[in-house]
Write a protein that binds this ligand. Structure first.
Ligand code: ADP
Length: 531
């Protein structure tokens, strides 16, 4: 009983902070805290503007939209939430939903239970001390993947402006008005958010950062922040553009900047050590400036962790460079194919999901159906076993977009023609060899760019996604838009003593192809053919 009374008395019931809807102030706060992210900032400002007009109209849906920031880790979603609170002059509380699997975590336990406590929403408000804080619900995609249904539907009630004026926590056991709270949500992936929740959210996607943006963020935000945290005076560690690039390419590989921040912290620590030890100083006026040189960088951070431009340098038989999208942003996914004497078995390893397996089957069937044009023996499968492997085998991979990569690696292995490794590719393949559009072109292109690849093959239907790609990257990259697999083969496979007859895409669709079906469909007669 005492615990209950304590909770009730410590809840904010009427305390409210004064909202600041000065848009110029908000803009300057957002700009001071974050580099780039223009479209996100613009959206936040618009949101505040609408909110300032509708604050006294409880039913106006424009001001009640709940923003959901979606993007890979370390792109600044959480810190944007903090900035919004700072810009509006509200308290900020973060509620992490990762791993929440119980409705009681949201809505509280009934007091009849021993050790009952209020849910996270009420606890957050208690911590904030006002009735109108900014509450950041972090990682709402992790909520659903652990446990379907209940915590998500409890959240629905919290987020629904029609209902949340009378939110009842089981522990508190009386209605609490949440309608003044500004809820923001974050998520790594759109696909993880339960649909009814997604329906109520206004999604703002933050892709990854380009190299230039990362340097800007590091120079203007991360370094000053870390210097301060380590008690070092401003400018006591000087890093040139060239060294920034060196750090980015040699020591980090990510879509966001979290690892970069960690590397900068290491640099600051080492610099602090050096300054305190008081030797090896540069003789500048203030005498305490450390300039990062190549040698120092190696001393401080150790040898390079990632090779740049090397891994994918030379052409190889049976290995093609694919592009994939994961929850941590775009990634380079090489596909390896080995053939050995055997009897036509197809093995796929590397944690490939069902869709990817089927896509490998489709790639193989395509290769078989066009064996002649591809310059490979029509009966190749009778004499060899094929093994497709997706390295970094512990990471699960799925999705159809590796289709053309698998087909290219396969044809390369069978025809013994090397694949040009300056080209990365992405696209779904059909049995006819048509290339279908994919998602996440921006993330994939940034990944290729980050890895020093300058040519990307992508489905022609994805050309419309070009506007999402930063201009600087667009300038560096060459895109080859393809409609069918023959174009891919012609562009990527080297040593072409065999010139492919390249049918136009329409013709490719209309041709009737005899598919040897006995492996894939044992029930069908061997001479069945598909139109
Ligand atoms: P997320 O929530 O997206 O995983 P965080 O908000 O924790 O990422 O960001 C990680 C760190 O990177 C924070 O210290 C944040 O300030 C910094 N950061 C990310 N993006 C930017 C940016 N555009 N400008 C300045 N700092 C940034």
């Amino acid at each position: 009983v005492r615990n209950y009374i304590d909770t009730v008395l410590s809840m904010p019931w009427h305390e409210k902070s004064e909202d600041n809807y000065d848009l110029e102030h908000a803009e300057s706060v957002l700009n001071a805290d974050h580099f780039g992210l223009e479209h996100v900032k613009e959206r936040v400002i618009e949101f505040l503007a609408v909110r300032s007009l509708t604050q006294n109209l409880p039913d106006a849906s424009g001001g009640n939209a709940i923003l959901c920031l979606v993007g890979p880790p370390g792109v600044g979603k959480t810190s944007l939430g903090q900035s919004v609170a700072r810009a509006m002059g509200r308290e900020f509380v973060r509620v992490s939903l990762g791993g929440v699997r119980d409705e009681a975590e949201i809505r509280g336990h009934r007091r009849t239970y021993i050790g009952a406590y209020p849910g996270r929403i009420i606890s957050a408000l208690k911590n904030a001390g006002t009735t109108n804080p900014v509450v950041l619900l972090d990682e709402i995609d992790k909520l659903s993947s652990d446990y379907r249904g209940d915590p998500a539907s409890a959240l629905l009630e919290v987020l629904d402006p029609e209902q949340n004026a009378f939110f009842v926590d089981h522990f508190l056991d009386m209605p609490y008005d949440l309608s003044d709270v500004l809820f923001l949500t974050t998520s790594n992936q759109l696909s993880g958010i339960p649909l009814p929740l997604l329906d109520r959210l206004e999604v703002i996607e933050i892709g990854g950062y380009t190299e230039d943006e990362k340097i800007g963020i590091a120079r203007n935000h991360l370094l000053p922040k870390q210097l301060e945290a380590h008690g070092l005076p401003e400018d006591s560690l000087q890093i040139s553009d060239r060294m920034w690039t060196e750090i980015l390419r040699g020591h980090t590989r990510e879509a966001g900047v979290r690892n970069l921040e960690r590397q900068i912290a290491t640099l600051c620590r080492k610099a602090a050590h050096e300054i305190v030890r008081d030797d090896r100083r540069d003789e500048d006026e203030d005498g305490k400036v450390i300039r990062l040189t190549q040698k120092r960088l190696e001393d401080f951070l150790g040898p390079k962790r990632y090779g740049y431009d090397q891994q994918f340098g030379e052409a190889m038989i049976g290995v093609a460079i694919g592009l994939g999208k994961t929850s941590i942003g775009g990634e380079i996914i090489p596909v390896e194919v080995a053939t050995m004497p055997g009897s036509g078995k197809l093995t796929i390893t590397g944690q490939a999901g069902d869709v990817m397996r089927e896509s490998a089957q489709a790639a193989l069937s395509y290769a078989r159906s066009r064996a002649e044009q591809l310059g490979i023996a029509p009966d190749f499968q009778e004499k060899i076993d094929i093994h497709i492997h997706l390295p970094e085998g512990a990471t699960p991979k799925d999705g159809p977009s590796a289709g053309i990569t698998m087909a290219t690696a396969l044809i390369s292995a069978i025809a013994r023609r090397p694949v040009d490794h300056s080209i990365a590719m992405t696209g779904e393949i059909t049995l006819r060899g048509r290339v279908l559009p994919i998602g996440g072109l921006k993330e994939k292109t940034l990944a290729a760019h980050r890895n020093g690849i300058r040519t990307v093959i992508a489905p022609s239907e994805n050309e419309r996604d070009m506007i999402k790609i930063p201009e600087k990257v667009q300038k560096d990259m060459t895109f080859i838009w393809v409609e069918n697999m023959d174009q891919v083969v012609n562009t990527t496979l080297l040593a072409d003593d065999i010139e492919l007859s390249l049918p136009d895409s329409a013709a490719a669709e209309d041709t009737t192809i005899d598919l040897p079906l006995e492996d894939a469909h044992p029930d069908l007669p061997a001479d069945a053919s598909f139109e």
